[in-house]
Design a protein around this ligand. Structure first.
Ligand code: AMP
Length: 238
């Protein structure tokens, strides 16, 4: 699991290191030095921390188009680089076009793991990305969404169209039905999701959505903050 684009361990200020990064650095470091009993204990502890307490992969839903403003692709790239740098794997729709392609390329550029899941019938239409770490070609949309949901610890929607909303809302409704406890967020790039947030509030006011279910969607305009909030929710759900 490379941590930097040149494959070396990063040199960062201690206060910028997340627990997940610290555990990953420890595993990597101890894998590269001579074993001692103490190292074994430390490595086991770090691996245990990674196994139990941290998000490992994030499923990101986003547009198969890039949208009309450059800010959408810029924010997508920022999130992708961050995922790679933080050692968080990406699960996504497997395409090389639109924001999906921008995202996958950014995670790969930052040395991260990218798992694409694409239905056979969309392979050509959405131009499957063949540079990803793993590409699953599945039988249809339902299989795609189920596998993406299984592989990830949390879900993020970036700006996108009908497909993006459908995927996000499926995870929210599954959460509402207690079919999973994985956190769901949306990156509010350039206020893209502000009207949606207002509509969700309206649904609560009108008595169609319970306030606790409204809170299933975490909205933030900062990729760092969104990841931090999702990680916090993830830990609390364990
Ligand atoms: P869009 O946001 O419409 O550009 O679509 C983003 C992704 O969602 C693409 O990979 C589409 O294949 C996928 N998608 C489109 N329609 C649906 C749907 N009805 N259910 C699930 N995914 C969809």
């Amino acid at each position: 699991m490379p941590l930097l684009r040149d494959g070396t361990l990063p040199c960062v200020a201690a206060e910028q290191v997340t627990c997940r990064q610290a555990a990953r650095y420890t595993c990597l470091l101890l894998a590269s030095v001579q074993w001692t009993v103490c190292h074994c204990d430390l490595r086991t502890a770090a691996e245990g921390f990674l196994d139990e307490g941290c998000m490992e992969r994030i499923c990101v839903y986003c547009g198969s188009k890039r949208g009309n403003e450059p800010v959408y692709a810029e924010a997508t790239r920022e999130l992708g680089l961050l995922l790679g740098e933080q050692g968080l794997g990406l699960v996504y729709g497997g395409a090389s076009v639109g924001l999906m392609g921008v995202l996958a390329d950014a995670v790969l550029e930052a040395g991260g793991e990218v798992i694409g899941v694409i239905p056979r019938f969309l392979q050509d239409k959405e131009v499957a990305h063949h540079g990803v770490t793993q590409l699953h070609v599945v039988d249809g949309m339902h299989a795609r969404k189920a596998l993406m949901a299984d592989l990830a610890d949390a879900f993020i929607a970036l700006p996108g169209g009908l497909g993006t909303l459908e995927e996000l809302f499926e995870m929210l409704t599954w959460g509402q039905l207690d079919m999973h406890t994985k956190p769901c967020g949306a990156l509010n790039v350039d206020d893209y999701y502000t009207p949606l947030a207002r509509f969700l509030d309206r649904m609560v006011d009108a008595g169609f959505v319970r306030a606790e279910h409204r809170r299933l969607l975490t909205l933030d305009d900062s990729p760092e903050m969104l990841l931090r909030r999702l990680e916090d929710l993830y830990r609390r759900s364990l």
